[in-house]
Design a protein around this ligand. Structure first.
Ligand SMILES: NC(=O)c1ccc[n+]([C@@H]2O[C@H](COP(=O)([O-])OP(=O)(O)OC[C@H]3O[C@@H](n4cnc5c(N)ncnc54)[C@H](OP(=O)(O)O)[C@@H]3O)[C@@H](O)[C@H]2O)c1
Length: 421
């Protein structure tokens, strides 16, 4: 029986307690939690304290499981685990993205195993599969829907034809979004997870602060409805691709065509699409959060340890990955301009794009407006492949024209193919 010291008896910790109670492989020897006294019914006869020495000073304990969240105290626990040569299992992506370089390299040097399956996509077994099956070949692309809250909000906006703030309030009332949803909606949670996934597949270290990250706060209902009309869905896409010997990596709202396997991933579900040079595309999908789904990934790491099947990430002296500027990436784009409803506007916008070599694949204009209305209208343009930086310059020029009444919206359109040079 593996003996566990559990830090944190919250949502995931309580799920783990339920799973371990019935386990033939592991038992919880002690719990450290700041409000353990309020959780006596859940703890029953398991010793508990708010003092970490209850676990740290117990030589019987084999594994530290960290389910506290935040950074400072979990970092202390990680350092103690590595120095004391105890296996560490954690669901804490923020900790690993921020301090993973030091944690993983120190753990490799000390031959300490770190299990972090639950940190990436809740119940989806992506770390194990990447480390032990998929990663023996070059991986040219990894795309993920890695944040359940944002996927839920975007799905509900489309289904209910409701604006962002309305669905966010409703999701908070249902407990599907945090009271403070900042790290979810600004893309940072997905960015932490993508940094770890890209590091895993390249065995280099990706600094999450250098990943271009755009959240969903500015996505308007108009864009969601236009996407639907054109056969796309807007998703917060975490995207890594290796092209022309460069690592491109970003998190941003993206138009997903119906041909992509990620198109069907709705509500709070998560998914990861990985393309191996020899094995082709693999889709991993499932629950990205929740008490039992997340606890299950923690539990699976514990059982693998108990059965001696864990494989450690060898990161003794990781190189930092050089990230190619996203401005140089090449995609098709959806553009929405708000323009005055008068003749010649489309020709002028097309001229600004065409003079920079940006070619137009399709144009849409909302037909519900009166012919002589003074109200601005949506002019939606889909481009062929073009460089992001070139498009940004063309849109800056368009925004200065008197016919353009609002800031232009640009959203990349990404299928699952690796972009070609
Ligand atoms: N929830 C999910 O679905 C999910 C999914 C994937 C990954 N994760 C990750 O799993 C970890 C835990 O998440 P969670 O949702 O279970 O969090 P949570 O519900 O807030 O639970 C955290 C627990 O740790 C306790 N705690 C907080 N700070 C402490 C401190 N300084 N000393 C001792 N105890 C402390 C809390 O006590 P109080 O009760 O007093 O707050 C609470 O019992 C996080 O890293 C999170 O990112 C969660």
């Amino acid at each position: 029986m593996v003996k566990i010291g559990l830090f944190g008896l919250g949502t995931v910790g309580q799920g783990l307690l339920q799973l371990v109670k019935k386990s033939p492989y592991a038992e919880i020897k002690a719990v450290v939690d700041r409000s353990y006294q309020k959780k006596k019914d859940i703890l029953q006869d398991i010793p508990a304290s708010d003092d970490p020495s209850m676990i740290l000073e117990n030589p019987e304990i084999d594994i530290y499981v960290e389910l506290i969240g935040g950074i400072d105290f979990p970092l202390f626990i990680a350092r103690e685990a590595i120095d004391r040569k105890k296996t560490l299992i954690t669901a804490n992506k923020a900790l690993l993205a921020e301090h993973g370089y030091a944690i993983f390299s120190r753990a490799s040097l000390n031959e300490v195993h770190i299990g972090f399956e639950a940190a990436i996509a809740g119940a989806i077994p992506i770390v194990r599969n990447l480390m032990s099956v998929i990663n023996y070949q070059p991986i040219s692309r990894l795309q993920g829907i890695l944040n359940g809250t944002t996927n839920y909000l975007l799905t509900k906006m489309a289904k209910r034809k409701a604006p962002y703030h309305e669905v966010l309030k409703e999701a908070q009332e249902l407990g599907l979004a945090e009271a403070d949803p900042t790290l979810d909606v600004n893309g940072m949670d997905a960015c932490h997870k993508l940094a770890l996934l890209a590091s895993l597949i390249t065995n280099k270290w990706f600094e999450y602060e250098r990943i271009e990250t755009v959240g969903i706060e500015q996505i308007s209902l108009s864009d969601i409805l236009w996407a639907e009309k054109m056969g796309y869905k807007i998703k917060l896409l975490a995207d890594y691709h290796y092209n022309d010997k460069k690592h491109f990596i970003s998190v941003e709202p993206t138009m997903i065509p119906s041909s992509s396997p990620l198109y069907a991933i709705d509500n709070e579900d998560n998914a990861i699409l990985v393309k191996g040079e020899f094995s082709g595309e693999h889709l991993f999908a499932g629950k990205g959060a929740g008490s039992l789904p997340t606890a299950y990934s923690v539990y699976a790491d514990i059982v693998n340890y108990a059965l001696g099947r864990h494989s450690s990430w060898d990161m003794k002296h990781p190189e930092y990955a050089a990230i190619a500027p996203e401005s140089g990436a090449d995609y098709e784009f959806y553009i929405r301009l708000q323009v005055q409803n008068r003749p010649g506007v489309l020709a002028k916008a097309a001229q600004s794009l065409g003079s920079r070599g940006i070619s137009i694949a399709a144009v849409h204009q909302e037909a519900i407006y009166e012919e002589n209305s003074q109200d601005p209208v949506d002019l939606v343009i889909v481009t062929h492949h073009c460089r992001k930086e070139v498009l940004t310059k063309a849109l800056a020029e368009i925004e200065k024209q008197d016919y353009c009444t609002n800031a232009a919206v640009k959203i990349p359109i990404k299928g699952s193919d690796t972009p070609k040079k």
